[in-house]
Each structure stands twice: as C-alpha cells, then as structure tokens.
Design a protein around this ligand. Structure first.
Ligand SMILES: [Zn+2]
Length: 111
C-alpha cells in the first residue's frame, strides 16, 4: 500500500503508533510510511482506543478533585495530589504552564 501523504513510500505494519487522545497517550497498531514516517491508524483501532479511554474513565468524564489552596509568603499554593503526581511522574521540579480558561478555570500543563 502506498502512503497517501507522500504517495511514494510503502506503508509498513507497525504496532507502536503513538496517539494522544484527550491528553492520554495510547500506543496503537497502525501503519507507518517507510519514506516520510507519516503514521496512520485504522478506524477500528481508533475506536478501540476510544473504548479503552472510556474504560479508564478518562474520556468523556472529567477528573475533578477538590483541593484547598493555601497561602504561603510568596503567594497562593496549590498542592498536587499524590496520585496525580504519580500518574504524571512528577518530580516537583518541572516547569508548568498555567492558563486561565474562562472566568473560573485554570489549565495546568506540564512542560
Ligand atoms: Zn509517506
């Protein structure tokens, strides 16, 4: 099968296509172009990924945790729950991006 992107490369079956779905990283089966390295996953595999995400409860449900902010001399402090810390493998030294989303939401991204 020829690659639809570069139209020259041959697609190879691979099982390590990395996909990110709603912030969750999945490794799926798919095809990769031997020439331009473009990756493709089939519809079936895409659906399987969504189902897996649903099972994990990360798709369609939002993780909401109540945490109290605390005050320190240098400003307001938000403690990251240890389960999230583990999940994101945080060392506590990462840089984060905090953006304001709407009037009462903050989005924290780990760089
Ligand atoms: Zn290609």
């Amino acid at each position: 099968m020829k690659c639809p992107k570069c139209e020259k490369g041959e697609l190879m079956e691979v099982n390590d296509v990395i996909n990110s779905l709603d912030g969750v990283v999945f490794i799926a089966k798919g095809k990769r172009c031997g020439l331009c390295s473009e990756e493709f996953i089939g519809e079936e595999e895409g659906n399987r990924m969504i189902q897996q995400a649903r099972k994990l409860g990360v798709w369609g449900t939002q993780l909401k945790l109540h945490r109290k902010l605390s005050k320190s001399a240098r400003g307001t402090v938000l403690r990251i729950p240890s389960d999230i810390e583990r999940e994101l493998k945080l060392k506590g030294t990462e840089e984060v991006l905090i953006s304001k989303v709407g009037d009462n939401k903050l989005l924290i991204e780990i760089e």
